[in-house]
Design a protein around this ligand. Structure first.
Ligand SMILES: Cc1ncc(COP(=O)(O)O)c(C=O)c1O
Length: 468
């Protein structure tokens, strides 16, 4: 379909046909289907040639409209080979969830709806699914019934929301309206967190204007857990930020003890549980999250341990008023309703209908499916630990959840080991620092990872070591 003389009218007509006859969407789906059919056997990292080929995208902005089918074909031909096989079972970088098929399919359908999740009046379907997801999440994670959820881009943003709610409430208790008065003149709030807090906690502290200099750092034990004995005296001006799931070791802060100490002092507690909060939904691992219900706010991802498609973070807060006031937004044209209006609980106004794929993932897995999937991550991580030890690798910390760390030597040795594993295409892992020493991190976070994937990855590690 080529446009010879472009006018606004024929462009509009052309797009109308492309939307209505469905052929273009089917073409995209065909490519998606072809991409997915080889997913579990594909080499994990893209080849060097595929990455070089991405240069074909670097062209001047077209002067005229193009052929939509050609564009989708080009995207598949050049773009698909340049992707990392994150949906497969041998990607162990960052803390990357796989994708539950029902969630992926729901996401695709929801994308055809192109809903703005802002208000019930604008997207009733999304608004109702948000309400359902909020209730299901509180149930699964064992959080107070009154907890409200905001569906945001990821945990980075969910932490910002939690700390903004904390700031609003602590200032309000001190008789100060932070929304009108701002930071200058506000009561001085204290941020207390562990030396192993995730970098996005620091990002939130910076974004909200607290500044990292105000952080009172708390020492950790050998597993990276906050030491409650090292907590400073807490008070009603304190925001204590705890961690359910250390990004390197997977360890959990002693949540109950720390929450009890903080609550008796009138402090606000936020728990960053980006991937670890899901331990609460697994009977065998629930002990790790003991006491989470005592906190005031939590941050967690769908796109990590729950394996929803990407761009699915959840901010949870037991103090609905604080959350809504902190994220306030108003305007004569905003049609609030008596129903749940999603934008009250998020920093963004317009956003995609995130609850759709979250709902489909939860509905498909159900309570027992979530339990089994989260438990399987722990089983595969434990298998990694055993096979790596047998193969002579040094496993650095206790494997309590889904994270495994090994040491292979100094900085240079670690970097070249990681490069060799990545280049093998057999698996993908990254490195980190653990108490000042370089380590390799393995994060088991996809339902797709089988026992065979673990053994195959350990073999790739042995080959990479032998090639050094
Ligand atoms: C403990 C922890 N907090 C926060 C984050 C940031 O989450 P996101 O990438 O979804 O913003 C991560 C990411 O791995 C994490 O592990």
């Amino acid at each position: 379909m080529t446009v010879t003389k472009q006018t606004a009218e024929n462009l509009q007509q052309q797009m109308q046909t492309l939307i209505e006859d469905g052929a273009l969407i089917r073409r995209a789906l065909d490519h998606g289907g072809a991409y997915l059919s080889g997913t579990f056997d594909r080499q994990v990292a893209p080849t060097k040639e595929a990455v070089t080929d991405l240069d074909r995208f670097r062209e001047a902005l077209p002067e005229h409209s193009g052929d939509a089918f050609d564009i989708v074909d080009q995207l598949h031909a050049i773009g698909s080979p340049g992707t990392m096989a994150q949906i497969g079972g041998r990607f162990f970088g960052l803390v990357n969830g796989g994708t539950v098929p029902a969630g992926l399919a729901a996401r695709i359908l929801a994308d055809t709806w192109d809903q703005n999740a802002v208000l019930h009046a604008i997207s009733p379907t999304n608004a109702v699914l948000e309400e359902v997801c909020q209730a299901w999440l509180c149930d699964l994670l064992g959080l107070p019934e009154k907890t409200v959820a905001g569906f945001v881009s990821g945990t980075s943003m969910a932490i910002v929301c939690g700390l903004a709610a904390a700031r609003w409430r602590l200032c309000e208790r001190a008789g100060y309206d932070i929304n009108s008065g701002g930071l200058a003149g506000a009561p001085k709030l204290r941020i207390v967190t562990s030396r192993h807090a995730h970098s996005t906690v620091l990002k939130a502290v910076v974004l909200l204007g607290f500044g990292t200099d105000c952080i009172e750092w708390v020492d950790v034990d050998t597993q990276g857990r906050l030491l409650t004995t090292a907590l400073p005296e807490l008070d009603q001006n304190t925001i204590l930020i705890l961690q359910a799931g250390n990004v390197n070791s997977g360890s959990f802060d002693p949540l109950r003890k720390a929450c009890e100490q903080a609550k008796s002092a009138g402090a606000w507690v936020h728990i960053d549980g980006a991937f670890g909060l899901w331990a609460a939904a697994c009977q065998r691992l629930r002990h790790l999250t003991d006491g989470i219900e005592l906190a005031d706010s939590w941050s967690v991802d769908g796109h990590k341990t729950l394996n929803t498609p990407y761009d699915s973070g959840i901010s949870l807060c037991a103090d609905a008023e604080a959350m809504v006031k902190a994220l306030q937004n108003s305007g004569a044209y905003i049609m609030y309703s008596e129903h749940r209006d999603g934008m009250l609980y998020t920093p963004e106004m317009s956003r995609r209908a995130r609850a759709v794929d979250l709902w489909a993932t939860l509905k498909y897995l159900g309570r027992s499916g979530v339990d089994q999937m989260v438990g399987s991550f722990h089983d595969r991580a434990t298998q990694f630990g055993q096979e790596l030890k047998t193969a002579g690798f040094e496993v650095v910390a206790d494997i309590v959840f889904n994270q495994v760390m090994i040491r292979v030597g100094d900085d240079a040795a670690t970097k070249s080991f990681v490069r060799r594993v990545q280049a093998s295409g057999e698996a993908w892992v990254g490195s980190s620092m653990w108490f000042g020493e370089p380590v390799i991190r393995i994060s088991v976070c996809s339902w797709a990872t089988t026992q065979h994937d673990v053994s195959r990855t350990v073999k790739a590690f042995c080959d990479a070591r032998a090639a050094s």
